[in-house]
Structures are given as C-alpha cells and as structure tokens.
Ligand binder design. Structure first.
Ligand SMILES: Cc1cc2nc3c(=O)[nH]c(=O)nc-3n(C[C@H](O)[C@H](O)[C@H](O)COP(=O)(O)OP(=O)(O)OC[C@H]3O[C@@H](n4cnc5c(N)ncnc54)[C@H](O)[C@@H]3O)c2cc1C
Length: 422
C-alpha cells in the first residue's frame, strides 16, 4: 500500500463523509475501520438544511432524497394528552435556508457515503482496531492492536463516543444522562394504524419522549422511544430494560401506545454525551465527529456536526493547497479548530437543555406547553444559528457567533412566572 496523505480512523458517517470530502479534493485517503465490514446499526436519522446543503455540494442530495423522505411538517405534541404544542413548516424552512429537511435510514446514508468513497478511490480497510497514535514532524501514524502501522501527513480520529484518540487530548469519560433509547422500524403496512408520513412527530412527556417519521420513500416507519431509567438513577448496572420502557410510557396518549409494540425490545441504546472540549488538534492528529463532540440526540445534530466537520476541513485544505499539491496542514488544521469547537460546544450544551425542556413534569410541563403554543410558527430564532450557513464559515478567522438562544427548562418556567406576575 502506498502512503496516503490522510489516514482516517473510523468508518462511521463522520469518517466516511470526511474521506469523501478530502478525496474529491485530490488527496489520497485511507479509512481504517475496526469492524469486519463497513456498516451502521440503528434506524432513522434526521438531516436538517445545514446538512442537506453539504450533500448538495457533494452531488449526493438527489440520491439521499430518493432513499429517504422529505416531510412537510415537524410537529411537537404533548405525550400525555396528544395535543399539538408547536410545529415547523418544513417547506417554509426549505425556502428560508435553501435546502430541504430530510429523514433517511442510517444505513442508507452510510451506504451513500461508502459508495461515494469507493468511486472516489478512497482506500477502505476493515479489521483495523487502532490503539495508538504518534507523530514526528510532518508525519503522523495510527497503529492497530495487531501492530499494523499506518502513516500519513495527517491522522484524523473519527472513532466515535469511546474514542481512543480523545485520550491524547483530555482525561474524561462519557457522561451518562440516565436516559435510554429504544428504536424500531416497521413496514408501514404493518403499523395497524393510519400514520401521516408528511409529518416528523415528537411527543414530549414527563421523563420520556417518542419520535416517529417515515423512511425509504414511505415504505417504513421509524420510531424512537426515549425515557429516563429509574435503575440508572439508583446506580444499578442493569438499566434500560424493557420493563422500564413499559413503565415509563404507561401514562402516554393512544398515539404513543399504538407505536410501542413495534419497538425492538432486544437492544437499546444508553444515552451519553461528553463535556465539550475546545482543543481538537495536536500537531498532525485531529479529532472529528463524536470523538470530538458527542451530543445527546435531542437536536438531531450529531451526525450532521460530523459531516460539517469534514466539509469545513476539506474547504480549508482546498484553500491552502499549493499548485504543487502540497497542503499547508498546520494552517488547515488551525482554521478547522478555529471554527468548529465553539459551534459544537453550543450544540452539545443546547441539546442537554432541550432534553430538560422536553421531559418536564407537573406545573413546569404546563408552563412549557403554554409557551410553546404561543410560539409563532414562522419564528426561526431557535433554528437560524444552527440551520443557517454560519456554522460552516470557510474562513480561517474565528467565527463571530450570534448569541445562542440557550433555553433551559428552569429559565423557561421562570420567564412564564415573570410574565404572569401581577
Ligand atoms: C437515538 C439516537 C438518535 C440520533 N439521531 C440523530 C439524528 O437524527 N441526526 C443526527 O445528525 N444525529 C443523530 N444521532 C447522533 C449520530 O448517530 C452520531 O452523532 C453519529 O453517528 C456520529 O458519527 P461518527 O462517525 O462521529 O461516530 P460513530 O458513528 O460512532 O462511528 C465511529 C466508527 O469508528 C469505528 N471505531 C471506533 N473505535 C475504533 C478504533 N479504535 N479503531 C478503528 N475504528 C474504530 C466504529 O466501529 C465506527 O464505525 C443520534 C444518535 C442516537 C443515539
């Protein structure tokens, strides 16, 4: 094997999309994946305009739309009484941001990037579990547990939540939210109830929420049921089990109850994030995707941030590549690190706040509902900073961010109390 320009560790959505972005710019890229095959587990994924903008630039948007569903509306409902709380008109959203809101099966999105990488000539190597990193001047290496040494001008670690490379930067651990997600896909003909696939729906309830939307042109229904585990709160090891699922959703409305029998009950995902870090680059080694910024999923931005990371890095590489093909890697990595960590820090923290807001109970839940119902349907102040192009900034200057509308549950409840005070 000849020496690549870039070695990427991890063949998830972050690693593959970055490999494609760099190779279409003319670099030789090798991806190392620990598994026997490249693939994705899980079900659906939501792709907001800040991602479909990039898919369009990659020439992959039409195929992604063909494999997914482009819904008309996103609706938030109360999980207890089923009433509407607020919504986004996704057609208007598309007009505002220039690109659609799309929902797609994870394996279809992953497969799209895998095919694009193959066509672009990316070297895709499986059964390569990387356990060590090193660097010397203008070279960096990733070494596998079997002793294979992969060298490149740069090594990018896109090795996910349990990243080995992250230990080079910080001595931290994943933070447990004590929430767990059940997923499930079911052929639409087998749901046993009418489901409007023009909607992406989230039912928010006390310590739980339930999401559904269509996949594969409407052939499949994707469902996600998320709840707080009492066993996790009590510090028990065996948490998130199906009995806890049933108890958590016992008080929810008929629409949610009808969806629950279709959840997969043999596997579940415990929800972790990590505290944000702002250093992602050390010489010729860089973090990307969940390795750098794993979020809780409440903003549906984890995979999107990984895709954005790769696009931004590739844009800076393009800008700093000389006529002889040599890349100013120090400049490109510094520019990447100047713009991405702050944006991702805000997404990770805002996702935690959204989780609090969704899962309120008692009077706070009722106050939240009053405020959400009062939201104007064309108020985009919560989405501009994230769906607009500002997160990408292909500039080497630190971005000038708008103040973030970081709404915590307590602040929201406090706002309403203030508003109602005599
Ligand atoms: C319930 C749920 C719903 C979600 N919904 C959305 C959504 O709607 N929209 C969205 O944008 N995001 C969503 N996310 C988040 C999203 O799934 C992740 O942020 C995203 O998959 C991260 O991609 P990644 O490539 O960085 O990491 P990963 O997907 O974790 O990929 C890492 C890859 O690296 C490999 N690897 C790991 N360690 C090594 C090693 N040492 N050597 C070699 N290879 C290694 C792994 O096998 C894997 O293939 C959701 C997450 C959850 C849990």
């Amino acid at each position: 094997m000849s020496t690549p320009d870039v070695v990427i560790v991890g063949g998830g959505i972050g690693g593959l999309s970055t490999a494609f972005a760099l190779s279409r710019g003319g670099l030789k890229v090798r991806v190392l994946e620990q598994a026997k095959e490249f693939g994705e587990v899980g079900a659906g994924i939501q792709l907001a305009p800040n991602c479909t903008r990039i898919l369009d630039d990659y020439g992959l948007l039409e195929e992604a739309k063909a494999r997914g569903v482009v819904p008309d509306t996103m609706v938030m409902r109360d999980a207890v009484d089923g009433s509407d709380l607020t919504s986004l008109d996704l057609r208007d959203l598309e007009r505002r941001y220039g690109f659609p809101y799309l929902v797609i099966h994870r394996s279809d999105l992953h497969g799209l990037f895998l095919e694009a990488c193959r066509e672009a000539g990316v070297e895709l190597v499986t059964e390569q579990r990387v356990t060590a990193y090193s660097q010397d001047g203008d070279k960096a290496t990733a070494t596998t547990e079997a002793g294979a040494v992969h060298e490149g001008a740069v090594v990018i670690a896109a090795d996910g939540l349990h990243s080995v490379a992250r230990k080079l930067f910080v001595d931290d651990q994943p933070v447990s939210s004590a929430y767990v997600a059940y997923r499930g896909t079911v052929p639409i003909a087998e749901t046993g109830r009418p489901v409007d696939l023009s909607e992406v729906v989230v039912y928010v309830g006390p310590r739980c929420h339930f999401v559904h939307y269509g996949l594969r042109g409407g052939d499949l229904l994707n469902q996600v049921a998320v709840f707080e585990s009492p066993k996790a709160r009590a510090g028990l090891e065996d948490w998130g089990t199906p009995d806890e699922l049933d108890t958590a959703f016992a008080g929810t409305c008929d629409a949610v109850q009808q969806g629950l029998p279709h959840m997969w009950r043999d596997k579940w995902w415990r929800m972790y994030d990590r505290d944000p870090i702002t250093t992602w680059v050390d010489g010729r080694i860089a973090l990307l995707g969940d390795a750098a910024h794993p979020p809780l999923q409440y903003m549906a931005q984890g995979a999107i941030m990984a895709i954005e990371d790769g696009w931004v890095l590739a844009e800076h590489v393009k800008r700093l590549r000389g006529d002889d093909g040599a890349v100013d890697w120090a400049g490109a990595l510094a520019a990447y690190e100047a713009v991405r960590p702050e944006h991702c820090r805000r997404v990770v923290l805002t996702a935690r706040a959204w989780g609090e807001l969704w899962h309120l109970d008692g009077v706070k839940r009722e106050r939240r509902n009053v405020l959400l119902r009062a939201r104007k349907v064309d108020d985009y102040s919560f989405t501009d900073w994230i769906y607009g192009p500002t997160a990408l900034f292909p500039s080497h200057e630190p971005a000038m961010f708008e103040p973030i509308p970081l709404v915590t549950a307590d602040r929201l409840a406090g706002d309403l109390a203030d508003a109602l005070a005599p």
